[in-house]
Write a protein that binds this ligand. Structure first.
Ligand SMILES: [Zn+2]
Length: 571
């Protein structure tokens, strides 16, 4: 505990960058007078992000930093928040975010709509910092992205990664379905280095996606070598998340495709060969035919850590994935049989099924896809022309109709919207609590959203974009007891700060940046559902970013108070 005496504070100010501001704000001779804070949070239980149990303390903010932590009741402040009965934590850091990904939500943080750039669904979860450019996708010019974000004004602090897929695409153009040559790898290395020099925090990869899918481990190792001198982090959407990758169809591919376990081994190898911090991103075990594999993944990571490999995972705490929201049980190669992408998917499927040899392959692949999406009981119709079908699972429809699940998938196409592959919108729930909970309990698992900016007019979306952090703390820690609340807060604060190397964030202590969340822990709950996803969580009362309010009294302020965090810049 420290006293907020002015002399002590001045000493702090002298070592920080805030001195000129602080002096400018004070009339001459004022340094000897009583301290005045910008914000004073009193009476709260402080969970400081370290994982330690709570303690009572007041938290004072001035000039964007935590000025004091201790017994401060009665101190003068422009704004006093009585947080008696509440919890104060550091702001949450989301190390896998698509908030600036043009593929997710209309341009996200670079939208022309200030309402969107304010990222209300993120700050309402307590998120104060996002790490974007994930899954291997980034602008190639990091400095331009940085300048544009700062010029437009954004609602959360944002750290940038260099995307492996984007660098690969830039160098290889359309000819990417092969291993890169030595000369190409050299050019990719230069692009990665430039991104790091421009302030990026590391390299992201999307090895299950185009064009990362065709890279070798050696190529990725070479690029990760470029981030190591900068202290960069490697965050990977790995080659596979279950028995096989999303692009795999049993009827179309020969040989054994990479599995999740192969993929985690590769991430560990990359860490082992380069010495970089590596993160197995949105860790899971996808598919009813793969549930329980978390036990193997956890053992691999534990063994690697015991050997000295700095490997971590991040996780969003839900039992369905992003691509599960676009579940199409009919294999996409069927559409490729047509001369151009069909306008009438029902007719295209009918033509393909008329060929008996093709029909066998199609039915094999549909059965495989149903398993990969969690099994027939876990594939649910979300939107469909016949609303009686909405909310039912493929297993229920099969039972009612007295046919098999594969026939249901085919009938849904024939009876549904012919302009939509599959006939309507399905969601698979392809993950199991038997994997989610063990992953969530690991001390090296970072909480993340894999989310993006969503506004109510966006239609069906994933609940993780509204509720990931409240769910990890409120449901998995407080209700289920999978880990302690203090550990869940740590997995959202000091742990991601340590993984990324963010200075002065993720903890509550004097001198740290005043990114803070005031939570009513008893009320904390994620309220988004898959049919009504656009619902803020309860229990997040105030969120401060650099000492300013992003959420006040349980409502988003819309303030554009975030900025791009640049490696090496301690402000
Ligand atoms: Zn991903």
């Amino acid at each position: 505990m420290s006293e907020p005496g002015p002399r002590r504070w001045v000493r702090r100010a002298l070592v920080g960058a805030v001195l000129p501001l602080a002096l400018a704000a004070l009339p001459s001779g004022a340094l000897g007078q009583a301290t005045t804070y910008d914000v004073l949070i009193t009476g709260a239980r402080v969970l400081d992000g370290s994982g330690n149990p709570w303690r009572y303390a007041d938290v004072a903010v001035r000039d964007g930093r935590i000025a004091a932590v201790g017994r401060l009741r009665g101190a003068a402040a422009a704004r006093v928040i009585d947080a008696t009965g509440k919890v104060v934590t550091p702001g949450f850091i989301d190390i896998h975010s698509h908030a600036d990904d043009p593929n997710y939500g209309p341009r996200g943080l670079r939208s022309s709509d200030a309402r969107r750039r304010a990222a209300p669904n993120l700050v309402m979860q307590g998120i104060t910092t996002v790490v974007v450019n994930q899954d291997g996708r980034s602008p190639v010019a990091i400095d331009r992205q940085k300048a544009e974000l700062n010029r437009l004004g954004i609602g959360v602090n944002t750290a940038l990664m260099v995307g492996h897929g984007s660098v690969r695409g830039e160098v290889m153009g359309d000819d990417f379905r092969r291993a890169a040559t030595a000369a190409e790898v050299t050019r990719m290395r230069a692009l990665v280095r430039r991104g790091m020099e421009e302030g990026a925090w590391g390299l992201s990869a999307g090895l299950e996606y185009v064009p990362g899918r065709w890279s070798t481990t050696d190529e990725v190792v070479a690029l990760v070598e470029e981030i190591v001198p900068f202290g960069g982090v490697y965050i990977s959407h790995e080659r596979s998340e279950g028995a096989d990758p999303m692009w795999y169809w049993p009827s179309q591919h020969e040989g054994r495709p990479p599995s999740l376990i192969d993929a985690v081994r590769e991430t560990i190898e990359i860490g082992e060969r380069t010495g970089a911090i590596v993160v197995a991103s949105h860790v899971k075990a996808k598919g009813a035919n793969y549930w329980g594999a978390s036990a193997v993944v956890i053992r691999l990571i534990e063994e690697a850590r015991a050997r000295g490999v700095a490997v971590y995972a991040d996780q969003y705490p839900y039992n369905t994935t992003g691509s599960d929201g676009r579940t199409v049980l009919i294999p996409d190669w069927v559409w490729g049989l047509e001369r151009q992408r069909p306008r009438d998917f029902s007719a295209a499927l009918r033509r393909a099924l008329a060929d008996d040899s093709l029909a066998v392959l199609i039915r094999t692949d549909i059965a495989h896809e149903i398993q990969r999406r969690g099994g027939a009981a876990n594939v649910v119709v979300m939107e469909y022309s016949n609303t009686d079908v909405v909310g039912r699972s493929v297993a229920q429809l099969a039972m009612e109709r007295g046919v098999g699940p594969v026939d249901v998938a085919i009938t849904l196409q024939f009876e549904g919207d012919p302009t939509v592959p599959g006939g309507g919108a399905l969601r698979g729930f392809s993950l199991s609590e038997y994997d989610i909970e063990p992953y969530a309990a690991q001390e090296w698992t970072v909480t993340a959203t894999d989310g993006w900016i969503a506004l109510p007019e966006d239609g069906l979306t994933h609940t993780r974009v509204y509720g990931s952090f409240p769910r990890k703390i409120g449901y998995y820690a407080r209700e289920r007891g999978v880990l302690s609340v203090a550990a869940a807060v740590r997995s959202a604060t000091s742990l991601p700060a340590a993984v990324m190397g963010f200075p002065d964030r993720g903890t509550i202590r004097e001198g740290a940046v005043a990114d803070l969340v005031v939570i009513d822990l008893d009320a904390l709950a994620d309220n988004a559902t898959f049919f009504e996803p656009h619902q803020y969580p309860s229990g997040i009362e105030h969120v401060l970013i650099g000492g300013q309010f992003a959420v006040d009294g349980g409502r988003p302020t819309g303030a554009l108070i975030g900025r791009v965090l640049i490696r090496g810049d301690r402000r």
